[in-house]
Design a protein around this ligand. Structure first.
Ligand SMILES: [Fe+2]
Length: 387
């Protein structure tokens, strides 16, 4: 019986391989990079470079560092990933900062035991990446809640005269993860605002927790925490980037009884408690989509952030600007909610300028209207000028 099965499998494999090889010249014509790469923070002093192609294939990044040539491959447990159209490679930050990288993918039409049908390879041009270079002012562009309207977001971002040093994409950039191309939209937005040249801090919004591709998308980042939460540094700033989960209980009808954020958030909370934060960081900023921190699936993140010495919490989700000292939760840190999608035809983008013991906040909408200005001083005072 075993021999019969083996013969049958060999015949099927041979048919698939021959068919795939015959179609390869035409299929390969359609193989292209459909979302350019962005460089995402992913914790542990690492970046994850992520891009996508129109058809499945391999992914790898090449660069030179200290006289050596590097080729870093998208692999899992030693096997190159070939069945996905989204490709990700994790690289030490010091290798990419102030360096040039190129990314490549080869079309893999069929992969069986002992044989694979391979198509053409596509490559990006060289991309010059900027990291922290000791500048006195650090500008972080915050774009949350795009909700699939990048045009308005781009108009709002266009109001800022200065270029950002990093991008904070604080969730709900798309409204559902029901198809794999939805994550490609996140990638396209990340590239649109970063050009792959500056770091992107991405957190998952509640809408990006919905749909059968939500956990697949998180796996792409290859964090070591087991979820999309991590700590990263940019010069004197330490960012604690959290996955705040959903905005409803696991038992809500929305999820058909098929989610377990209670366990996921409990693990994340334990991780936050055990974190060794950087004592030398001058500013500690927590970034998470949902600002309701007092009760995250039964966990008091508000107190925990206060205990961990967070200076400023940056949230989204509410679709309106809010600057406040988060006293009502008994937590002595500032809170800022950026606007994002603000009504049907408005989008509010926010720029944080971090310098000399203060953080200046400026918010513009897509009609070029100044929607808010605020300064957080880290001597315990705040100056709310508008908004
Ligand atoms: Fe949200």
């Amino acid at each position: 019986m075993y021999e019969l099965n083996l013969v049958f499998n060999v015949i099927i494999s041979a048919i698939i391989v021959i068919q795939s090889a015959l179609c390869l010249p035409i299929n390969s014509l359609f193989f292209r990079i459909d979302s350019n790469a962005s460089v995402f923070e992913s914790g542990d002093g690492m970046y994850t470079v992520i891009w996508s192609t129109s058809l499945p294939g391999t992914g790898y990044v090449t660069y030179n560092y200290e006289g050596e040539e590097y080729t870093v491959k998208d692999e899992k447990n030693a096997a190159l990933r070939t069945e996905d159209t989204v490709h990700s490679v994790r690289i030490p930050k010091e290798h990419l900062d102030h360096n040039t990288y190129t990314y490549h993918s080869q079309h893999i039409a069929t992969r069986r035991a002992y044989v694979a049908v391979k198509g053409r390879t596509v490559s990006s041009g060289p991309v010059e990446f900027k990291g922290y270079s000791g500048q006195d002012e650090i500008r972080a562009l915050v774009i949350s809640d795009i909700h699939e309207n990048p045009g308005n977001a781009a108009k709002a971002v266009g109001c800022f005269e200065e270029e950002p040093d990093l991008i904070i994409m604080n969730g709900d950039e798309v409204s559902l993860m029901t198809e794999d191309y939805k994550f490609k939209q996140v990638l396209q937005y990340a590239y649109r605002f970063s050009r792959g040249e500056i770091p992107v801090l991405y957190t998952r919004g509640n809408h990006e927790n919905r749909g059968e591709y939500s956990s697949d998308a998180v796996d792409i980042f290859k964090t070591t925490t087991g979820g999309l939460y991590y700590v990263c540094n940019y010069g004197p700033v330490q960012f604690l980037c959290l996955d705040s989960g959903e905005d409803k209980k696991d038992s809500d009808w929305t999820y058909s009884g098929l989610v377990d954020y209670t366990s996921y958030i409990a693990e994340e909370t334990e991780w936050m408690r055990s974190l060794e934060l950087d004592d030398d960081a001058q500013y500690r900023i927590c970034v998470a989509h949902i600002p309701h921190l007092k009760n995250r699936y039964g966990n008091d993140w508000s107190q925990l952030l206060a205990d961990r010495g967070i200076d400023l919490f940056v949230g989204g989700h509410k679709h309106r600007i809010n600057f406040e000292f988060n006293e009502k939760d008994g937590a002595p840190y500032y809170q800022m909610l950026d606007g994002g999608k603000n009504g049907d035809d408005r989008y509010i983008a926010t720029m944080l300028t971090i310098k000399e013991g203060q953080i200046d906040v400026v918010c513009y909408d897509n009609n070029k209207e100044l929607r808010g200005e605020h300064t957080y001083y880290f001597d315990g005072s705040a100056d709310n000028q508008a908004g």
